[in-house]
Design a protein around this ligand. Structure first.
Ligand SMILES: [Zn+2]
Length: 277
């Protein structure tokens, strides 16, 4: 009982201090948001302080952040090291992403050089097709991740994910958007088979209708409560205006789960996988 109180106190402190502002409203769970970007176009619209305040006011107590280029992520991290979990996006510019990055040795060199800072907790979000899964830069990223105990956040379809899981069995993968269109049955089958796979649910509005979870997704959350995270995805600047609504939508369906499971998915999985420094 004492231990529970201490944990609750710790969480309350994290909520009020991580971003330096009051966090979740009463009765709502703190949220670990596993899919935030703060890329170059965002910098003019939102100062780092403003971006951090949008997250805090939405009830996000910690966030997994990546950006193109990486400087945006490190800028947020410098201001809120306990609240920001920095991931290294390999793309130096938005052109890199669409310009054969999986075979570009300069991208691999960039990744190695940035990782030397020792602050990144993972690599990604990266986008690739099944045909690119064995390409040199992907192989190098997988080796660096395995070596450094880093996660790789992958925005890929089911076929590419299965190829990655087969090629790189030692790498912990965070599947962005649960594959965007993969069914709950597919996600469940992959989680059953692959212990190195975790799943985040950014942009997956099919999970629930308001506060009522889809029954198949709900059963999956109850079966694998330690494998799911939630996320927003600020993939374009205007999405920063939707962070609060996105988190509110998650808060609504979390009420359809037993409290212990809701807490795992809301923030405990994120805090366990990426403990604050
Ligand atoms: Zn994204």
């Amino acid at each position: 009982m004492l231990r529970r109180s201490a944990l609750a106190l710790g969480v309350a402190l994290a909520v009020t201090t991580a971003f330096g502002a009051p966090g979740a409203a009463r009765g709502q769970l703190p949220i670990f948001d596993a899919h935030i970007h703060y890329s170059r176009p965002d910098w003019d619209a939102y100062t780092p302080e403003r971006a951090l305040s949008i997250l805090a006011r939405a009830g996000v107590h910690r966030a997994l952040v990546s950006s193109t280029p990486d400087d945006g992520t490190l800028e947020l991290y410098r201001r809120a090291p306990k609240a920001i979990v920095p991931f290294l996006r390999p793309y130096r510019t938005s052109e890199d992403r669409h310009d054969g990055w999986t075979r570009n040795p300069q991208v691999a060199a960039h990744v190695e050089q940035r990782l030397q800072r020792g602050v990144h907790r993972g690599i990604g979000e990266i986008h690739l097709s099944v045909d690119e899964a064995g390409d040199p830069v992907v192989r190098r990223i997988a080796a660096l991740a395995a070596e450094g105990g880093l996660f790789v956040q992958v925005h890929v379809d089911q076929t590419a994910l299965e190829r990655l899981l087969t090629l790189y069995p030692k790498v912990r993968l965070l599947w962005a958007h649960a594959g965007m269109s993969a069914s709950a049955e597919t996600v469940g089958r992959l989680l059953d088979r692959h212990p190195m796979l975790w799943v985040e649910l950014a942009l997956r509005s099919d999970v629930a209708d308001g506060a009522r979870l889809d029954p198949v997704w709900r059963a999956l959350f109850l079966k694998h409560p330690d494998r799911f995270l939630v996320g927003t995805d600020t993939f374009t600047t205007s999405r920063w205006e939707s962070v609060a609504a996105s988190v509110a939508a998650v808060q609504a369906w979390l009420t359809d789960l037993p409290r212990a499971v809701a807490e795992q998915i809301a923030f405990k999985n994120g805090d366990r996988l990426f403990p604050p420094p």
